[in-house]
Design a protein around this ligand. Sequence first.
Ligand code: ASP
Length: 327
Amino acid sequence: MKKLAAIALATLSFCAVSSVQAADYPTKPISIVVPFAAGGPTDRVARDLAEALRKQFGGVSILVDNVAGAGSSIGSAKVARAAPDGYTLLLNHIAMSTMPGLVRNLPFKVESDFEYLGIVNDVPMTLIAKPTMAANNFAELQTWITANKGKINLGNAGVGSASHLCGLLFQSALASDMTPVPYKGTAPAIADLIGGQIDLLCDQTTNTTGQIEGKKVKAYAVTTAKRLTTPALKDLPTMQEAGVKGFEVTIWHGLYAPKGTPADVLTKVNTALKAAMKDPEFIKKQEGLGAVVTTDKRVEPAEHKKFVAAEIAKWTPIIKAAGVYAD
Ligand code: ASP
């Protein structure tokens, strides 16, 4: 009996401490896990967002923790298992909806191991090549791909990543078979593309715009349904205009917390997130890289969750129909 009373008292005081902590949240630095390498597109969004969130949280530090590898499943698993106290968050992209279709034995459940905090932005992708690529347009690139069958290296950020998905759909549409070269993110992949160690890469405009502008890589198409308005990208055809029927991929990023994070902490983060996404500086930085900051209902946690479920339902059959289910 005494033991039970002691447990009850301990539980009560733990709850009291937790709710006091929740009321004061945040009282210490918050870490945003980026499941890809530093310097890449997801990292870029996270660092811009961290700065905007810091202003909302009265200057509390927001640290970006790059836990890269395995197409984002290592970093995502770290957050799924982290203490649910609001001090460890995850910023991940479309991989949250493609990993269930592309990765067998995923070490977490996208639908039930996370709290959803809101979609942050939508980002187009571009198909780019090493700077020494002779092809000057998409048709010439297609001819080069046919002529170099069996010799082409295509970079990606691991199984389940956006570049992996885009590359697989591209190969499937062209009925071509390229050698995948996985990296811990597309920052190291684009560095190798610039150096000519790999031939092709499909990557978000948040990573490629500056490289295209600086003529460090060659660009052939955008993956969105419409052409982009960003000056460096506006002359690129869409994949569909270039003749790849039905090809459309847009990457989105969302913020997550471990399942079980107190509701009032989640509300505070979502409120700060929505305010951060209205920060003109954040919007300007994102727009300059071709990203569109979310203004629709997906900024609400319940809508974010619905959207991810719909994306899983959308991508899984496409991935399977394309025969690209990975082991
Ligand atoms: N763009 C990468 C991808 O292909 C991820 C990254 O490095 O941020 O998913």
